[in-house]
Design a protein around this ligand. Structure first.
Ligand SMILES: NC(=O)c1ccc[n+]([C@@H]2O[C@H](COP(=O)([O-])OP(=O)(O)OC[C@H]3O[C@@H](n4cnc5c(N)ncnc54)[C@H](OP(=O)(O)O)[C@@H]3O)[C@@H](O)[C@H]2O)c1
Length: 253
């Protein structure tokens, strides 16, 4: 019998590292993915229970297949998938290199979609499973100065909601986690640390991860951690889209 593992992408820092810690603490065997192998190895040593360390660059077209192959080669299958890896880039769309934006779509959109597609048959064969896709409050509106990032997260939310419905008869839980600005390495790598958004509305990692795992357990379609973020998303539903765009433009400019 293949052993179930919890696959966490982007486990080398921020939300992904804490997802790995929480899942290890409840007894899951883990498969950890990111590019920074040294960090994954150090985390694996700390967590114990023989995590599978898979150093892959998700902007490589072949990475999702290689990840699943690495897990199957250890006689394991994916029982829980946490599609967390992702990155953003702030700046005018036309001035951010096309190569970087194609990589962003590969990491934030294509790789998580492909991983869902590759693990769902395993989950069905094993009687069920769980998928947590990390989207964002950015999923709910357009994002001037981070156009491709916001668009990528809109895709993740839409895909996840659809899969939530399609997978229900197969005992596969599917949840979109939509954090707002959170204290990780994301803001620095995206060039956002000095924005009004990250100066004024930053939340902590524990609350986001705990809300995500609790929401997945209950098979919620969408989890928005934190009252401020919930209020922002709700108010966006009744605000004209042109006004929402202006607000985001101001917060990120
Ligand atoms: N922090 C926020 O404010 C915020 C808000 C909403 C949504 N999110 C989402 O939350 C998720 C986690 O981000 P975070 O906040 O925890 O940021 P983070 O600390 O920068 O972590 C990002 C993780 O993604 C991995 N990653 C990035 N590019 C990769 C690639 N090409 N191949 C493989 N792994 C890659 C990184 O690992 P390596 O660099 O080692 O490869 C790292 O482990 C992302 O999807 C992000 O969009 C974050």
């Amino acid at each position: 019998m293949a052993q179930p593992v919890t696959l966490v992408t982007g486990a080398s820092s921020g939300l992904g590292e804490l997802f790995a810690r929480r899942c290890a603490a409840r007894g899951d065997r883990l498969a950890l993915v990111a590019r920074r192998q040294n960090r994954l190895r150090a985390l694996a040593r700390e967590l114990g229970n023989d995590p599978i360390v898979i150093a892959e660059d998700l902007s490589d077209y072949d990475a999702p297949e290689a990840i699943v192959d690495a897990i199957e080669s250890k006689n394991c299958h994916v029982g829980t998938l946490i599609n967390n890896a992702g990155f953003g880039m702030r700046g005018p769309f036309a001035e951010i290199s096309l190569g970087d934006q194609i990589d962003m779509v590969q990491v934030n959109v294509t790789a998580p979609m492909e991983l869902c597609h590759r693990v769902i048959p395993m989950m069905k064969a094993n009687g069920g499973g769980a998928i947590l896709n990390v989207a964002s409050t950015a999923s709910f509106q357009a994002g001037p100065w981070m156009a491709t990032y916001y668009a990528s997260k809109a895709f993740v939310l839409s895909l996840t909601e659809a899969l939530h419905e399609e997978m229900a008869p197969h005992n596969i839980k599917v949840t979109a986690l939509c954090p707002g600005a959170t204290q990780t390495e994301f803001a620095d790598s995206a060039g956002m640390a000095d924005t009004q958004l990250f100066k004024n509305f930053v939340g902590n990692v524990d609350a986001v991860v705990d809300a995500g795992l609790a929401g997945l357990e209950k098979n919620k379609a969408i989890v928005i951690p934190g009252l401020v973020n919930k209020a922002m998303v709700q108010s966006g539903r009744i605000t004209p889209r042109s006004v929402s765009r202006e607000i985001v433009k101001l917060l990120q400019g």
